[in-house]
Design a protein around this ligand. Sequence first.
Ligand SMILES: Cc1cc2nc3c(=O)[nH]c(=O)nc-3n(C[C@H](O)[C@H](O)[C@H](O)COP(=O)(O)O)c2cc1C
Length: 203
Amino acid sequence: MKVLIVYYSTYGNVYKMAQLVAEGVKEVPGAEPVIRKAHELIPTSVIESREEMKAGRDLQKDVPYVTQDDFRDAGAFAFGTPTRFGNVSSQLKNEIDQLSQLWLKGSFEGKPAGVFVSTGSLHGGQETTALTLMAPLLHLGMVLVGVPYSVQELFTTQGGGSPYGPGHVAGGDNQRPIDENEAAICRALGRRLAQLGLKLEAK
Ligand SMILES: Cc1cc2nc3c(=O)[nH]c(=O)nc-3n(C[C@H](O)[C@H](O)[C@H](O)COP(=O)(O)O)c2cc1C
């Protein structure tokens, strides 16, 4: 079963989270992570004028863009986004907004989905972003999956991560590394999506 990990990342933090979610998926026999990026909406001229944006883009140059086939073929989904004013990035939402044909066919009904988020600051809107990203996933018929408190790192994290999903605090300069607690919560979501996807698929 494929677990589609679809994300948007300007500076690379959410991309690194996607890789950690994939590590968790790989721990589950029978599950295969598929990492795909959302199409960019920032004009190339703007990216070219900003060194840190160019670095983020170059880091992800080998990641394929997500396609309708990727969405159709997956048995579980992880959606990753940086916070934009406490909400989902337009790049990731743009991909979700193109799913109406698959939605009409009921392609997503009964399939598990989780979300992961990066913010600049500690209280910059991780939970609002996670919750607002969940609304369209419910419309698509997906079964929402969070992170339960049996994942001990939810108690110890000083950065991101909550029952709503993995989180990372990137810092004002976007350079803060993903710490061990944040990484463990990313892996836990990947594992859980893979396990639940396999169970639901078997029905
Ligand atoms: C337009 C814009 C809006 C943002 N809004 C917020 C915000 O509301 N709260 C916050 O903590 N960070 C905010 N940020 C910072 C981003 O969330 C941060 O750069 C991102 O998490 C880094 O992830 P990335 O490296 O994957 O791009 C904003 C950044 C931009 C460009």
